[in-house]
Write a protein that binds this ligand. Structure first.
Ligand SMILES: NC(=O)c1ccc[n+]([C@@H]2O[C@H](COP(=O)([O-])OP(=O)(O)OC[C@H]3O[C@@H](n4cnc5c(N)ncnc54)[C@H](O)[C@@H]3O)[C@@H](O)[C@H]2O)c1
Ligand SMILES: O=C(O)C(=O)C[C@]1(C(=O)O)C=C[C@@H](O)C=C1
Length: 371
Protein backbone atom coordinates (compact mmCIF):
# COMPACT_ATOMS: atom_id res chain seq x y z
CA UNK A 1 0.00 0.00 0.00
CA UNK A 2 1.34 3.42 -0.89
CA UNK A 3 1.18 5.81 2.06
CA UNK A 4 0.87 9.59 2.14
CA UNK A 5 3.15 10.55 4.99
CA UNK A 6 3.02 13.97 6.65
CA UNK A 7 6.13 14.95 8.58
CA UNK A 8 5.37 17.76 11.01
CA UNK A 9 8.73 19.36 11.87
CA UNK A 10 11.35 18.79 9.20
CA UNK A 11 14.41 19.22 11.41
CA UNK A 12 17.15 16.77 12.40
CA UNK A 13 14.84 13.86 13.23
CA UNK A 14 11.90 14.59 10.89
CA UNK A 15 14.34 15.36 8.07
CA UNK A 16 16.32 12.15 8.66
CA UNK A 17 13.14 10.05 8.58
CA UNK A 18 12.00 11.88 5.43
CA UNK A 19 15.36 11.22 3.73
CA UNK A 20 15.16 7.52 4.65
CA UNK A 21 11.59 7.29 3.35
CA UNK A 22 12.50 8.83 0.01
CA UNK A 23 15.71 6.78 -0.35
CA UNK A 24 14.26 3.43 0.64
CA UNK A 25 10.50 3.45 -0.03
CA UNK A 26 8.04 4.66 -2.69
CA UNK A 27 5.77 6.53 -0.29
CA UNK A 28 4.71 10.15 -0.86
CA UNK A 29 6.11 12.57 1.75
CA UNK A 30 4.67 15.96 2.70
CA UNK A 31 6.66 18.28 4.95
CA UNK A 32 5.43 21.00 7.27
CA UNK A 33 7.68 23.27 9.35
CA UNK A 34 7.56 26.80 10.70
CA UNK A 35 11.00 27.43 9.13
CA UNK A 36 10.41 27.70 5.41
CA UNK A 37 14.17 27.41 4.72
CA UNK A 38 14.08 23.88 6.20
CA UNK A 39 11.27 22.94 3.84
CA UNK A 40 12.94 24.49 0.80
CA UNK A 41 16.16 22.62 1.57
CA UNK A 42 14.27 19.35 2.15
CA UNK A 43 12.40 19.71 -1.15
CA UNK A 44 15.57 20.64 -3.03
CA UNK A 45 17.45 17.54 -1.87
CA UNK A 46 14.46 15.27 -2.46
CA UNK A 47 13.67 14.49 1.21
CA UNK A 48 10.04 15.54 0.68
CA UNK A 49 7.74 15.53 -2.35
CA UNK A 50 5.58 18.45 -1.27
CA UNK A 51 5.71 21.47 1.00
CA UNK A 52 2.60 22.13 3.08
CA UNK A 53 1.86 25.72 4.11
CA UNK A 54 -0.21 24.75 7.13
CA UNK A 55 -0.70 21.90 9.53
CA UNK A 56 -4.18 21.32 8.09
CA UNK A 57 -2.84 21.14 4.53
CA UNK A 58 -0.10 18.70 5.62
CA UNK A 59 -2.40 16.20 7.29
CA UNK A 60 -5.30 16.38 4.83
CA UNK A 61 -5.48 12.89 3.27
CA UNK A 62 -2.32 11.76 5.08
CA UNK A 63 -2.40 8.08 6.00
CA UNK A 64 0.54 8.39 8.39
CA UNK A 65 1.45 11.48 10.41
CA UNK A 66 4.89 11.74 12.05
CA UNK A 67 5.16 14.54 14.61
CA UNK A 68 8.86 15.47 14.83
CA UNK A 69 8.61 18.66 16.86
CA UNK A 70 10.00 19.57 20.31
CA UNK A 71 8.12 17.68 23.06
CA UNK A 72 5.85 20.56 24.22
CA UNK A 73 4.80 21.15 20.61
CA UNK A 74 4.14 17.44 20.09
CA UNK A 75 1.58 17.65 22.92
CA UNK A 76 0.04 20.84 21.44
CA UNK A 77 -0.06 19.33 17.96
CA UNK A 78 -1.82 16.19 19.18
CA UNK A 79 -4.49 18.47 20.68
CA UNK A 80 -4.83 20.27 17.34
CA UNK A 81 -5.03 17.01 15.40
CA UNK A 82 -7.74 15.76 17.75
CA UNK A 83 -9.85 18.78 16.64
CA UNK A 84 -9.51 17.83 12.96
CA UNK A 85 -11.44 14.96 11.46
CA UNK A 86 -8.65 12.58 10.48
CA UNK A 87 -9.59 9.46 8.54
CA UNK A 88 -10.03 6.50 10.87
CA UNK A 89 -7.27 4.47 9.18
CA UNK A 90 -4.72 7.26 9.83
CA UNK A 91 -1.83 6.37 12.10
CA UNK A 92 -0.28 9.20 14.11
CA UNK A 93 3.16 8.74 15.66
CA UNK A 94 5.76 11.04 17.20
CA UNK A 95 9.53 10.97 17.78
CA UNK A 96 9.66 12.72 21.16
CA UNK A 97 12.37 11.79 23.66
CA UNK A 98 9.84 11.21 26.46
CA UNK A 99 6.81 8.98 26.24
CA UNK A 100 4.48 9.02 29.28
CA UNK A 101 3.23 12.62 28.92
CA UNK A 102 2.93 12.31 25.14
CA UNK A 103 0.97 9.06 25.48
CA UNK A 104 -1.46 10.83 27.82
CA UNK A 105 -2.08 13.47 25.14
CA UNK A 106 -2.28 10.74 22.48
CA UNK A 107 -5.32 9.32 24.23
CA UNK A 108 -7.31 12.25 22.77
CA UNK A 109 -6.65 10.86 19.29
CA UNK A 110 -7.37 7.29 20.33
CA UNK A 111 -10.72 8.51 21.74
CA UNK A 112 -11.47 9.80 18.19
CA UNK A 113 -10.73 6.35 16.74
CA UNK A 114 -7.30 7.34 15.39
CA UNK A 115 -4.34 5.04 16.14
CA UNK A 116 -1.73 6.97 18.09
CA UNK A 117 1.50 5.03 18.53
CA UNK A 118 4.28 6.78 20.44
CA UNK A 119 7.76 6.52 18.97
CA UNK A 120 11.35 7.40 19.85
CA UNK A 121 14.39 6.66 17.70
CA UNK A 122 17.32 6.19 20.11
CA UNK A 123 19.88 8.03 18.04
CA UNK A 124 20.48 11.67 17.34
CA UNK A 125 22.95 14.46 17.64
CA UNK A 126 23.72 17.64 19.52
CA UNK A 127 23.16 19.37 16.16
CA UNK A 128 19.68 20.27 15.00
CA UNK A 129 17.82 21.31 11.86
CA UNK A 130 17.34 19.83 8.40
CA UNK A 131 20.96 20.72 7.49
CA UNK A 132 22.14 18.09 9.98
CA UNK A 133 19.65 15.41 8.80
CA UNK A 134 21.11 12.12 7.61
CA UNK A 135 19.35 9.06 6.19
CA UNK A 136 21.83 6.81 8.05
CA UNK A 137 21.27 8.47 11.45
CA UNK A 138 19.21 5.60 12.86
CA UNK A 139 21.00 2.68 11.23
CA UNK A 140 21.18 -0.19 13.76
CA UNK A 141 19.89 2.03 16.57
CA UNK A 142 16.88 0.98 18.60
CA UNK A 143 13.62 2.67 17.58
CA UNK A 144 11.12 2.37 20.40
CA UNK A 145 7.36 2.20 19.87
CA UNK A 146 4.93 2.51 22.77
CA UNK A 147 1.55 1.34 21.39
CA UNK A 148 -1.30 1.55 23.89
CA UNK A 149 -3.15 -1.73 24.36
CA UNK A 150 -6.22 -0.56 22.38
CA UNK A 151 -4.27 -0.13 19.12
CA UNK A 152 -5.01 -2.82 16.49
CA UNK A 153 -2.15 -5.24 15.84
CA UNK A 154 -2.23 -4.49 12.14
CA UNK A 155 -1.57 -0.76 12.73
CA UNK A 156 1.44 -1.41 14.93
CA UNK A 157 2.80 -3.75 12.32
CA UNK A 158 2.11 -1.29 9.47
CA UNK A 159 4.02 1.50 11.24
CA UNK A 160 6.79 -0.77 12.46
CA UNK A 161 7.49 -2.12 8.95
CA UNK A 162 7.47 1.35 7.45
CA UNK A 163 9.91 2.76 10.01
CA UNK A 164 12.17 -0.28 9.84
CA UNK A 165 12.42 0.07 6.07
CA UNK A 166 12.95 3.83 6.15
CA UNK A 167 15.47 3.99 9.00
CA UNK A 168 17.15 0.54 9.15
CA UNK A 169 16.71 0.79 12.90
CA UNK A 170 15.75 -2.07 15.22
CA UNK A 171 12.11 -1.60 16.20
CA UNK A 172 11.34 -2.39 19.83
CA UNK A 173 8.00 -2.29 21.64
CA UNK A 174 8.06 -0.94 25.16
CA UNK A 175 5.84 0.42 27.88
CA UNK A 176 5.99 4.26 28.17
CA UNK A 177 6.83 4.28 31.90
CA UNK A 178 9.59 1.71 31.42
CA UNK A 179 10.91 3.84 28.51
CA UNK A 180 11.02 7.09 30.51
CA UNK A 181 12.81 5.46 33.43
CA UNK A 182 15.54 3.92 31.27
CA UNK A 183 15.97 6.78 28.81
CA UNK A 184 15.99 9.16 31.80
CA UNK A 185 19.10 7.37 33.08
CA UNK A 186 20.96 6.86 29.79
CA UNK A 187 20.07 10.08 27.98
CA UNK A 188 18.41 12.75 30.12
CA UNK A 189 20.71 12.48 33.16
CA UNK A 190 23.88 12.50 30.99
CA UNK A 191 22.68 15.71 29.31
CA UNK A 192 22.25 17.36 32.72
CA UNK A 193 25.69 16.21 33.85
CA UNK A 194 27.30 17.51 30.65
CA UNK A 195 25.53 20.88 30.91
CA UNK A 196 26.38 21.20 34.61
CA UNK A 197 30.05 20.47 33.99
CA UNK A 198 30.26 22.91 31.09
CA UNK A 199 28.65 25.67 33.19
CA UNK A 200 30.89 24.91 36.21
CA UNK A 201 34.11 25.01 34.17
CA UNK A 202 32.78 28.07 32.30
CA UNK A 203 32.58 29.90 35.63
CA UNK A 204 36.22 29.00 36.43
CA UNK A 205 37.18 30.08 32.93
CA UNK A 206 35.64 33.51 33.50
CA UNK A 207 38.38 33.99 36.11
CA UNK A 208 41.17 32.32 34.14
CA UNK A 209 41.07 31.49 30.42
CA UNK A 210 43.51 28.61 30.79
CA UNK A 211 40.57 26.39 31.86
CA UNK A 212 39.16 26.33 28.36
CA UNK A 213 42.55 26.29 26.70
CA UNK A 214 43.55 23.11 28.53
CA UNK A 215 40.22 21.36 27.96
CA UNK A 216 41.35 18.29 26.03
CA UNK A 217 39.87 14.91 25.07
CA UNK A 218 38.32 14.02 28.42
CA UNK A 219 36.37 17.23 28.79
CA UNK A 220 35.41 17.37 25.12
CA UNK A 221 34.27 13.71 24.94
CA UNK A 222 32.16 14.03 28.04
CA UNK A 223 30.57 17.35 27.13
CA UNK A 224 29.75 17.06 23.41
CA UNK A 225 26.08 16.79 24.32
CA UNK A 226 26.40 19.96 26.44
CA UNK A 227 26.03 21.79 23.09
CA UNK A 228 22.54 20.38 22.45
CA UNK A 229 19.46 22.44 21.59
CA UNK A 230 18.40 24.38 24.77
CA UNK A 231 14.62 24.50 24.12
CA UNK A 232 14.53 20.86 23.12
CA UNK A 233 16.23 19.83 26.37
CA UNK A 234 14.09 22.14 28.48
CA UNK A 235 11.04 20.34 27.09
CA UNK A 236 12.50 16.86 27.59
CA UNK A 237 13.45 17.48 31.22
CA UNK A 238 10.16 19.16 32.08
CA UNK A 239 8.28 16.27 30.48
CA UNK A 240 10.24 13.57 32.37
CA UNK A 241 10.63 15.66 35.53
CA UNK A 242 9.63 13.03 38.11
CA UNK A 243 11.98 10.34 36.79
CA UNK A 244 14.86 12.79 36.39
CA UNK A 245 14.48 14.15 39.93
CA UNK A 246 14.81 10.58 41.31
CA UNK A 247 17.86 9.98 39.12
CA UNK A 248 19.46 13.18 40.40
CA UNK A 249 19.10 11.98 44.01
CA UNK A 250 21.05 8.84 43.06
CA UNK A 251 23.61 10.94 41.17
CA UNK A 252 24.13 13.20 44.20
CA UNK A 253 24.74 10.04 46.23
CA UNK A 254 27.39 8.90 43.72
CA UNK A 255 29.16 12.25 43.84
CA UNK A 256 28.95 12.33 47.64
CA UNK A 257 30.63 8.89 47.79
CA UNK A 258 33.50 10.14 45.62
CA UNK A 259 33.91 13.23 47.82
CA UNK A 260 33.90 11.14 51.01
CA UNK A 261 36.47 8.73 49.56
CA UNK A 262 38.76 11.64 48.72
CA UNK A 263 38.27 13.40 52.04
CA UNK A 264 38.99 10.12 53.85
CA UNK A 265 41.87 9.23 51.52
CA UNK A 266 40.13 5.96 50.64
CA UNK A 267 42.32 5.06 47.64
CA UNK A 268 40.98 1.48 47.51
CA UNK A 269 37.39 2.63 47.09
CA UNK A 270 38.45 4.97 44.28
CA UNK A 271 40.37 2.26 42.44
CA UNK A 272 37.58 -0.28 42.88
CA UNK A 273 34.99 2.17 41.60
CA UNK A 274 37.08 2.96 38.51
CA UNK A 275 37.66 -0.79 37.97
CA UNK A 276 33.91 -1.42 38.11
CA UNK A 277 33.31 1.46 35.74
CA UNK A 278 35.95 0.22 33.26
CA UNK A 279 34.46 -3.27 33.25
CA UNK A 280 30.91 -1.99 32.75
CA UNK A 281 31.91 0.53 30.08
CA UNK A 282 33.76 -2.16 28.12
CA UNK A 283 30.72 -4.43 28.10
CA UNK A 284 28.37 -1.76 26.69
CA UNK A 285 26.92 -3.22 23.48
CA UNK A 286 28.44 -1.51 20.46
CA UNK A 287 25.81 -0.43 17.95
CA UNK A 288 28.15 -1.10 15.04
CA UNK A 289 29.04 -4.65 15.99
CA UNK A 290 25.45 -5.68 15.35
CA UNK A 291 25.37 -4.99 11.61
CA UNK A 292 24.04 -8.48 10.96
CA UNK A 293 22.25 -9.15 14.22
CA UNK A 294 21.51 -12.68 15.29
CA UNK A 295 17.79 -13.02 15.87
CA UNK A 296 16.08 -15.47 18.21
CA UNK A 297 12.41 -16.05 17.49
CA UNK A 298 9.27 -17.78 18.66
CA UNK A 299 5.62 -17.79 17.58
CA UNK A 300 2.66 -17.28 19.85
CA UNK A 301 -1.11 -17.62 19.38
CA UNK A 302 -3.08 -14.63 20.58
CA UNK A 303 -6.79 -13.83 20.48
CA UNK A 304 -7.41 -11.67 17.41
CA UNK A 305 -8.68 -8.53 19.12
CA UNK A 306 -7.27 -4.99 19.46
CA UNK A 307 -5.75 -5.25 22.97
CA UNK A 308 -3.87 -8.49 22.30
CA UNK A 309 -0.56 -7.03 21.12
CA UNK A 310 -0.38 -4.69 24.09
CA UNK A 311 -0.99 -7.53 26.53
CA UNK A 312 1.84 -9.62 25.10
CA UNK A 313 4.21 -6.64 24.93
CA UNK A 314 3.25 -5.53 28.44
CA UNK A 315 3.76 -9.01 29.88
CA UNK A 316 7.27 -9.18 28.40
CA UNK A 317 8.01 -5.58 29.49
CA UNK A 318 6.94 -6.36 33.05
CA UNK A 319 9.45 -9.21 33.10
CA UNK A 320 12.18 -6.94 31.72
CA UNK A 321 12.36 -8.92 28.46
CA UNK A 322 13.37 -6.85 25.42
CA UNK A 323 11.34 -7.61 22.35
CA UNK A 324 13.25 -6.55 19.24
CA UNK A 325 10.43 -7.05 16.76
CA UNK A 326 6.91 -8.29 16.50
CA UNK A 327 5.03 -9.35 13.38
CA UNK A 328 1.55 -10.68 12.73
CA UNK A 329 1.84 -13.89 10.71
CA UNK A 330 -1.80 -14.73 10.31
CA UNK A 331 -4.94 -12.79 11.05
CA UNK A 332 -7.97 -15.03 10.60
CA UNK A 333 -11.34 -13.53 11.42
CA UNK A 334 -12.81 -14.41 14.81
CA UNK A 335 -9.99 -16.94 15.38
CA UNK A 336 -6.45 -16.67 16.72
CA UNK A 337 -3.72 -14.43 15.35
CA UNK A 338 -0.14 -15.71 15.26
CA UNK A 339 2.58 -13.34 16.39
CA UNK A 340 6.25 -13.78 15.57
CA UNK A 341 8.35 -12.43 18.42
CA UNK A 342 12.02 -11.66 17.79
CA UNK A 343 14.74 -11.18 20.40
CA UNK A 344 18.39 -10.24 20.18
CA UNK A 345 19.46 -12.49 23.03
CA UNK A 346 18.86 -16.21 23.33
CA UNK A 347 18.31 -15.74 27.05
CA UNK A 348 15.49 -13.25 26.35
CA UNK A 349 13.84 -15.77 24.03
CA UNK A 350 14.03 -18.43 26.76
CA UNK A 351 12.61 -16.05 29.36
CA UNK A 352 9.81 -15.01 26.97
CA UNK A 353 8.83 -18.61 26.26
CA UNK A 354 8.71 -19.31 29.97
CA UNK A 355 6.69 -16.24 30.87
CA UNK A 356 4.24 -16.54 27.94
CA UNK A 357 3.67 -20.25 28.60
CA UNK A 358 3.11 -19.55 32.30
CA UNK A 359 0.50 -16.95 31.28
CA UNK A 360 -1.30 -19.60 29.18
CA UNK A 361 -0.23 -18.51 25.66
CA UNK A 362 0.54 -21.39 23.23
CA UNK A 363 4.17 -20.85 22.08
CA UNK A 364 5.81 -22.48 19.02
CA UNK A 365 9.28 -22.67 17.51
CA UNK A 366 10.24 -21.98 13.89
CA UNK A 367 8.95 -25.38 12.71
CA UNK A 368 5.68 -24.56 14.47
CA UNK A 369 6.26 -27.33 17.00
CA UNK A 370 4.75 -26.56 20.36
CA UNK A 371 7.45 -25.46 22.83
N1 LIG B 1 18.08 15.53 18.55
C1 LIG B 1 18.11 14.29 18.97
O1 LIG B 1 19.19 13.75 19.26
C2 LIG B 1 16.83 13.55 19.13
C3 LIG B 1 16.84 12.15 19.07
C4 LIG B 1 15.62 11.46 19.16
C5 LIG B 1 14.44 12.16 19.33
N2 LIG B 1 14.48 13.53 19.41
C6 LIG B 1 13.19 14.24 19.54
O2 LIG B 1 12.86 14.65 18.24
C7 LIG B 1 12.07 15.85 18.29
C8 LIG B 1 12.65 16.84 17.29
O3 LIG B 1 13.99 17.09 17.62
P1 LIG B 1 15.06 17.53 16.52
O4 LIG B 1 16.39 17.20 17.08
O5 LIG B 1 14.68 17.04 15.18
O6 LIG B 1 14.88 19.11 16.58
P2 LIG B 1 15.09 20.16 15.39
O7 LIG B 1 15.15 21.49 16.04
O8 LIG B 1 16.20 19.75 14.51
O9 LIG B 1 13.72 20.02 14.58
C9 LIG B 1 12.51 20.52 15.03
C10 LIG B 1 11.82 21.19 13.86
O10 LIG B 1 10.57 21.70 14.33
C11 LIG B 1 10.35 22.95 13.71
N3 LIG B 1 9.41 23.73 14.50
C12 LIG B 1 9.62 24.33 15.69
N4 LIG B 1 8.50 24.95 16.11
C13 LIG B 1 7.55 24.71 15.16
C14 LIG B 1 6.18 25.07 15.02
N5 LIG B 1 5.56 25.77 15.94
N6 LIG B 1 5.53 24.63 13.93
C15 LIG B 1 6.16 23.91 12.96
N7 LIG B 1 7.44 23.55 13.04
C16 LIG B 1 8.13 23.94 14.13
C17 LIG B 1 11.73 23.58 13.66
O11 LIG B 1 11.80 24.62 12.68
C18 LIG B 1 12.61 22.38 13.32
O12 LIG B 1 12.78 22.25 11.93
C19 LIG B 1 12.08 16.30 19.73
O13 LIG B 1 10.86 15.99 20.31
C20 LIG B 1 13.19 15.48 20.37
O14 LIG B 1 12.92 15.23 21.72
C21 LIG B 1 15.63 14.22 19.27
O1 LIG C 1 24.07 11.70 20.27
C1 LIG C 1 23.52 12.67 20.77
O2 LIG C 1 23.97 13.81 20.62
C2 LIG C 1 22.30 12.53 21.52
O3 LIG C 1 22.13 13.27 22.44
C3 LIG C 1 21.32 11.54 21.11
C4 LIG C 1 20.26 11.18 22.15
C5 LIG C 1 20.98 10.55 23.37
O4 LIG C 1 20.89 11.08 24.47
O5 LIG C 1 21.59 9.51 23.19
C6 LIG C 1 19.52 12.38 22.56
C7 LIG C 1 18.18 12.43 22.68
C8 LIG C 1 17.35 11.42 22.10
O6 LIG C 1 16.11 11.35 22.59
C9 LIG C 1 18.02 10.21 21.74
C10 LIG C 1 19.36 10.17 21.58
Amino acid sequence: MSERIAILGVGLIGGSIALGLKERTDHYVIGYDIAIENLDHAKRIGAIDQIARSLEEAVEQATIIVIALPVSLICETIEKLAQLSLASHTIVTDVGSTKQQIMQYGQQLIDQGVSFIGGHPMAGSHRSGMQAADSLLFENAYYILTPPTQIPLADVQRLSHLLEKATHAQLVIMDALFHDRIVGAVSHLPHIIAAGLVVQVGQYNDQNEWFHRLAAGGFRDLTRIGASHPQMWRDILMSNRNEVVQLLYDWEEQMRSFRHALENQDANWIEETFATSKKLRETLPDRNTHLIPQIFECYVDVPDHPGAIGQVALLLGEHGINLSNLAVMENREEALGVLRLSFKEEEHLRQAIRCLSDAGYPVYDEALSHI
